[in-house]
Write a protein that binds this ligand. Structure first.
Ligand code: ARG
Length: 487
């Protein structure tokens, strides 16, 4: 598109000088928003189709534009599309290429549209896919957590509070906790998806359009569940980015906590687990070292994901309605958060699948540290002693055991009788198995309850998988807009 002025920009009409080259570099978003290429083109195909059907442009022009856009899409997907920073952003790059392919008719595509509703559209389309991809990876991670627990279904480990041994638990109960953390992360993403899945097209620059467009039609062609209700809001809010980033930050936090546990468990001090060589690294000087670098990265990378959330909140906070160029800062952090979280979620399942647990070490640790003290107090309470009193009695008993280097399990019948008369007939059953079995309450660590919890988690995973597959199939239909309309 030539211009008679000094500017070669698509918007160059009112300009008599070209932009400074440093401004071009600062202003350009093409180096990163090229990730929207497919979404931008498919969005344009839907828009052009609508313009033709509404008689805003002729059917012939609409067909020429759509055919041209399809070719641009092929170039993008075939890797032959030339991304030139001089084009500023992906929207301009696509339009310029369309012009090169089909000539001045290309100029009709931008009727009843602005880059402001266009970029909001592209970003929403991209975010839908991102959410579906992360959700599927979360399902795989939840599955892997359950697989690990099932491999060591009978193993008992210490449960901790304050990182002090607290009460014995089934190891499988611990990994089930990881699985339900991931399932809630999916639920959070699904909630965000609902609000992302709204079409902003028709808002144009900020105030809507003067042409008789059909907003429902473009929304329908692009698989959106509805259309935005305010043009100002639609082009200027990025809360859908922020809430998706917030969901990513929670995922990163969960991954970081799991990573921290893996780091602890694989130390000689704990010795609960051994990481496969494939997921560990060595030291350049200390030949004996086997470090949990992968888990440490999983813990460390939470920092950058949180940072991107904070960055986006800060970018958005002072912006008057409507679009401001600050909003172009909405993409890189989000892309990086997505790439980071996805890479971590993908490495977790094979890492867990190759993890070797040491059930004997876990059992030894579980019995140590007087982890069964609560069970003794509970037994006193069951035999009629008020719990507060029972707590006091067992506390003194533990103190005596510590002083004499004894354990609760080693006490004989006479010693138990001396603890309290209710133990005279039958001493309490202080074993790991009894302790775990006794917590037979929904959500508790008794094997029966854990088995039920696994069933429910597997059911939830299947339900989510079906639902997310529905999303991805809907999104694939939209890709068909790129190949089927007018064909
Ligand atoms: N590259 C721009 C962005 O990412 C597209 C929207 C440009 N709109 C504008 N009024 N300059 O935000």
């Amino acid at each position: 598109m030539s211009s008679s002025t000094g500017s070669n920009k698509l918007w160059g009409g009112r300009f008599s000088q070209p932009t400074h080259e440093l401004v071009d570099q600062l202003n350009a978003s093409l180096p990163f928003d090229r990730r929207f290429a497919r979404h931008d083109i498919i969005g344009s195909i839907a828009h052009a189709t609508m313009l033709g059907r509404q008689g805003i442009i002729t059917e012939a022009d609409a067909q020429a534009i759509v055919a041209g856009l399809r070719q641009v899409l092929e170039e993008v997907e075939g890797g032959t599309f030339v991304f030139d920073v001089a084009d500023e952003d992906i929207h301009m790059a696509v339009e310029r290429r369309l012009h090169a392919l089909i000539g001045p008719t290309a100029g009709r595509l931008h009727t009843a549209r602005s880059r402001n509703d266009q970029v909001a559209l592209d970003f929403r389309m991209w975010t839908r896919e991102a959410i579906a991809t992360i959700a599927l990876a979360l399902l795989d991670a939840a599955d892997a957590a359950l697989r690990l627990g099932s491999r060591y279904a009978t193993a008992i480990m210490p449960g901790y509070t304050h990182l002090q041994r607290a009460q014995p638990i089934l190891f499988a109960h611990h990994t089930h906790a990881w699985a339900v953390m991931f399932l809630r992360d999916i639920d959070r993403l699904a909630d965000a998806y609902r609000r992302v899945n709204v079409s902003p097209l028709g808002s144009a620059a900020l105030a809507g359009v003067t042409h008789p467009i059909d907003r429902q039609l473009t929304a329908h062609l692009l698989g959106f569940a509805g259309t935005s209700s305010n043009s100002l809001d639609a082009v200027s809010d990025r809360d859908f980015v922020i809430e998706t980033l917030a969901a990513f930050a929670v995922i990163a936090m969960h991954l970081s906590r799991i990573a921290e546990e893996l780091i602890l468990w694989t130390t000689s001090e704990f010795g609960f687990a051994e990481m496969a060589d494939a997921f560990s690294t060595g030291s350049s000087i200390m030949p004996q070292k086997k470090n949990a670098d992968v888990a440490e990265l999983m813990r460390g990378k939470s920092g950058r994901v949180y940072g991107h959330l904070m960055g986006m909140l800060t970018v958005a906070k002072g912006l008057p309605l409507t679009y401001n160029k600050d909003l172009q800062e909405d993409k890189e952090g989000f892309f990086d958060a997505y790439d980071t979280v996805l890479a971590l979620l993908r490495v977790l399942p094979p890492m867990l699948d190759t993890l070797t647990m040491r059930p004997e070490r876990m059992a030894t640790a579980a019995i140590g540290g007087f982890s069964l003290a609560t069970d003794v107090a509970d037994e006193l309470a069951r035999r009629g002693v008020p719990f507060r009193e029972a707590h006091e009695i067992v506390g003194r008993l533990v103190a005596q055991c510590v002083a004499h280097e004894r354990t609760l399990e080693s006490l004989d019948a006479a010693e138990w009788a001396a603890v309290h008369p209710v133990f005279a007939e039958t001493p309490p059953d202080v074993t790991l198995a009894a302790s775990v079995n006794a917590r037979d309450i929904p959500g508790g660590t008794a094997p029966r309850q854990v088995a039920l919890a696994y069933q429910r988690a597997h059911d939830d995973i299947s339900t989510w998988r079906a639902r997310i597959t529905d999303w991805t199939q809907a999104l694939e239909q939209i890709d068909a807009v790129g190949s089927h309309v007018h064909r």
